[in-house]
Design a protein around this ligand. Structure first.
Ligand code: FMN
Length: 412
């Protein structure tokens, strides 16, 4: 990251002590850091510590004599703003446009051509509260980048999400976004990538699933993340997880994936959806146990002594609903068509059929005979609309080619 003027905002979390490490790191690297603290933040970290780390007094009082225009001037001064840690209270406050202290007044005066990052830190229940989740989505829709949280033991003793991301990872995420700005008409792109296989419950311990590992989804997600795009990975809860701090949401069953996809697409404005999830064509409608009809997924384990019959119900195609769910009418949809020992003619027919019912913009078609992860082979044919534009042999080539086609499509 080139030397920057960083407005570093702290709100009242126990994670303020960790934020000090980040401040210290950035000051040592030559950045100019001006801290702003809420009254609550100053109960967790002393003004002397913040001044000692940055060489500048901390700002906290909106009405401090001689500094009364700070709520405007600091916005003009800064190259980027980081709220770290971001408490549930402050995140909710910012999302509602309140400005009753210096930190929130500065947000109301924020110039959205400059980056604004939030690293949340709170107890899992506070993080998962619908108000906090809605507030983070709203802030993101305005262009604020809400970084993922870490998982693990929280200060309150609970284990779960909400823990402040480690300072090195916060720095890496911010540096990554800033160092590779990728502009399409001055915008960084937002990708939603689905990955892994759905699991259809039979009873409380058994399910029907498929062999999808979610690996390709992670590779796409990490590649786009490295390019500086905003990426949300909607992955099966047992699929491979990314090692980079990509935002993740998990799903289990077909209906769960459908619900989450709808939620993501209607509440956020994605530029592109890459739909890689292996979605079950059938869910369990009911079971016959010794001739008696039972609903699936009951929190029990049916005895293997029973005579069990599974009755499956055909699912609709989620891919057909992506355009309909999306709040962005211009979203670019990348769909995948895997064929099985198909001839060239059959492959093309399958692609045309997918295009017709899903309204996909780009289709990646591959055949089981040409995918061999052991030897790194991942042959695919790429279609932009119904035009075959490229054939690739390797996964890395596939990912780059999809990126090029997406960018091309977005320029139209
Ligand atoms: C010991 C302690 C730790 C706290 N840690 C957090 C936290 O990590 N995240 C959070 O959202 N609130 C936390 N709180 C609650 C906030 O400090 C409280 O909501 C406060 O009003 C936040 O004010 P601010 O957002 O203006 O800084 C904590 C409170 C205490 C007493």
């Amino acid at each position: 990251m080139s030397p920057s003027k960083i407005l570093f905002k702290l709100s009242g979390s126990i994670a303020c002590y960790k934020a000090c490490n980040l401040i210290s790191k950035w000051v040592k690297e030559g950045h100019e850091v001006q801290t702003i603290a809420t009254e609550a933040a100053l109960k967790f970290v002393g003004a002397s510590t913040l001044e000692g780390l940055t060489g500048k007094p901390v700002y906290h009082d909106l009405y401090e004599p001689g500094k009364q225009m700070a709520h405007i001037n600091l916005v003009k001064w800064a190259d980027l703003t980081v709220l770290c840690p971001g408490t549930a209270n402050t995140i909710n406050k910012l999302a509602h446009g309140l400005g009753n202290d210096l930190l929130s007044s500065l947000f109301l005066a924020h110039d959205f051509s400059k980056p604004y990052f939030i690293a949340p830190a709170m107890n899992t229940a506070m993080f998962q509260h619908p108000a906090t989740q809605a507030a983070m989505k709203k802030l993101e829709s305005w262009g604020v980048r809400v970084l993922p949280t870490g998982e693990g033991r929280l200060a309150c003793g609970d284990i779960g999400e909400g823990k402040l991301l480690e300072p090195e990872l916060i720095a890496a995420s911010i540096e990554q976004v800033l160092s590779k700005p990728l502009n399409i008409a001055g915008k960084r792109l937002r990708f939603l990538i689905t990955s892994g296989g759905t699991e259809e419950p039979i009873d409380g311990v058994r399910s029907i699933s498929n062999f999808s590992s979610g690996r390709t989804g992670v590779e796409f997600a990490e590649y786009f993340f490295d390019q500086g795009h905003d990426v949300t990975l909607l992955r099966a809860n047992r699929a491979m997880a990314p090692t980079k701090p990509v935002e993740q949401v998990t799903f289990k069953s077909f209906h769960d994936l459908d619900r989450q996809l709808k939620d993501q697409l209607s509440n956020q404005k994605f530029d592109c959806v890459i739909h890689l999830a292996a979605v079950s064509d059938y869910s369990v409608d009911h079971l016959l146990i010794n001739g008696e009809k039972v609903a699936p997924g009951a929190a029990t384990k049916f005895s293997s002594d029973h005579e069990i019959t599974l009755n499956l119900a055909r699912n609709y195609k989620i891919v057909d609903r992506i355009h309909q769910y999306s709040s962005n009418a211009d979203v670019v949809l990348v769909a995948f068509k895997l064929t099985n020992h198909a001839s060239e003619e059959e492959r093309e027919k399958a692609v045309l059929h997918l295009l017709e019912h899903s309204l996909a913009d780009i289709v990646v078609q591959n055949d089981l005979t040409e995918v061999d992860p052991e030897n790194g082979r991942h042959a695919a044919a790429l279609y932009l609309g119904n035009r075959l534009t490229k054939r690739v042999e390797k996964k890395a080539e596939l990912i780059r080619s999809v990126e090029q086609l997406v960018l091309e499509r977005l320029k139209d």
